[in-house]
Design a protein around this ligand. Structure first.
Ligand SMILES: *Cc1c(COP(=O)(O)O)cnc(C)c1O
Length: 388
């Protein structure tokens, strides 16, 4: 199908998802084969071995690159595999500038896996792009950020940081897991790479672990394809099919996530038991104006500080019935979690404190249920927290 000029919600359903030419099947077939027949040595139809390439994976990669507006996409077995594959394109002695508020597992890759191999990283708050420019050193080979960040939902100026990176001849990688291409396309603002945990919104149903990198540049994509096949952290054909299936409804899902989150963020902001709310759609949020400029909607993630500390937070998380107490995010179902104990436990206590992740800090992944039910469920949590 000619996809030029088609809108994002159409691309979710049709990009790289042609009816199967042999049978006419409307849905992309799951190609489970590990190997592909060759007419003679080296004479094949584009596939020889499934680690190097697989038709279902190709379909998924095609859809992701269309959605992000990239030139190439490379799918991985998890978001962490995508992240580590990007980082393994660097060398020992290289230096990376990293946003200070990144996914706990991303921090762990830098700190516990690649630091011993000689990859150096500096974590910094990228709210002021000037600080990013000042932090670039002679060995800096990559800038890495997440926006909105996790779990503080800080907003970083992708265009300004991409411009600084371009002038310094350093690629900028943006983890776009929280926003998804429906709300934000980092390549349009000059980023070189977009990284996803497809486990989250892209698949959207909490039943796959997967990842991907989308690149704007041929040389970088070639290197990533090489690492995909060489390191072998590839997704199964079944998982690729599942993510493709989830992607079809990404457009409508994101609209409902944003709709519900906007309403709940207002409820939280007015609530007497809430100290502070972090949501880029609230005018009180430090990144409100920036989010309005680079995003089509403030997303479905909300963090807040509950009064009453740990006891209140634990009571809250045990009392809600629709918001399940679980890690992860981006599924159709609502989840609530305690970053200090759960997702961000791998961060040193001082780093958590510096970011503002205290004992009463709760992160919500707002699902697409009826918002009145969600409001009532939060009230159940507040009621329990009051009685601690
Ligand atoms: C979950 C997540 C990851 C890691 O992805 P996995 O699929 O769990 O390996 C990376 N970045 C962000 C922002 C995430 O939320």
């Amino acid at each position: 199908m000619h996809i030029e000029g088609l809108a994002q919600d159409t691309l979710c359903i049709h990009a790289s998802q042609e009816p199967d030419p042999t049978s006419g099947a409307v849905m992309t077939p799951i190609a489970l084969a590990s190997t592909f027949v060759q007419n003679g040595p080296g004479e094949h139809k584009g596939y020889d071995y499934s680690r190097a390439g697989n038709p279902t994976r190709t379909a998924l990669e095609g859809c992701l690159l269309a959605l992000e507006g990239g030139k190439h996409a490379v799918a991985f077995g998890s978001g962490c595999a995508a992240t580590s594959s990007v980082l393994l394109s660097l060398k020992s002695g290289d230096h990376v500038l990293v946003g200070d508020d990144v996914y706990g597992g991303t921090f762990r890759i830098f700190d516990k896996v690649l630091k011993p191999w000689g990859l150096d990283a500096t974590f910094l708050d990228m709210t002021d792009p000037v600080k990013v420019r000042q932090a670039i050193g002679p060995r800096t080979r990559l800038i890495w950020l997440e926006t909105p960040s996790n779990p503080m939902l800080k907003i970083f100026d992708i265009a300004a940081i991409a411009e600084i990176a371009r002038k310094a001849n350093i690629p900028l990688a943006v983890d776009n897991t929280f926003a998804t291409p429906m709300l934000q396309r980092p390549l349009d603002f000059g980023a070189s790479l977009v990284v996803h945990s497809t486990t989250k919104y892209l698949n959207g149903h909490s039943d796959v672990v997967g990842g991907a990198v989308i690149a704007s540049d041929d040389a970088m994509a070639e290197r990533l394809h090489f690492l995909q096949k060489s390191l072998g952290a590839v997704p199964s054909p079944f998982d690729c099919y599942m993510v493709l299936r989830g992607l079809k409804t990404l457009g409508v899902r994101m609209k409902q996530h944003v709709h519900n989150a906007r309403i709940l963020a207002e409820v939280l902001a007015r609530h007497p038991q809430v100290e502070r709310v972090f949501y880029p759609g609230l005018t009180s949020h430090a990144g409100y104006a920036m989010a309005a400029r680079q995003m089509k909607g403030p997303g479905g993630m909300i963090s807040f500080d509950l009064k009453g500390g740990l006891a209140a937070a634990v009571a809250f998380l045990k009392a809600t019935r629709i918001f399940a107490c679980a890690e992860s995010l981006g599924g159709v179902e609502s989840l609530a979690e305690h970053p200090a104990i759960m997702t961000h436990a791998s961060l040193p206590a001082e780093a958590r404190k510096a970011l503002g992740i205290g004992d009463g800090f709760i992160r919500l992944s707002v699902g697409i249920e009826n918002v009145e039910d969600l409001k009532q469920d939060l009230e159940r949590g507040f009621h329990a927290a009051r009685n601690t």
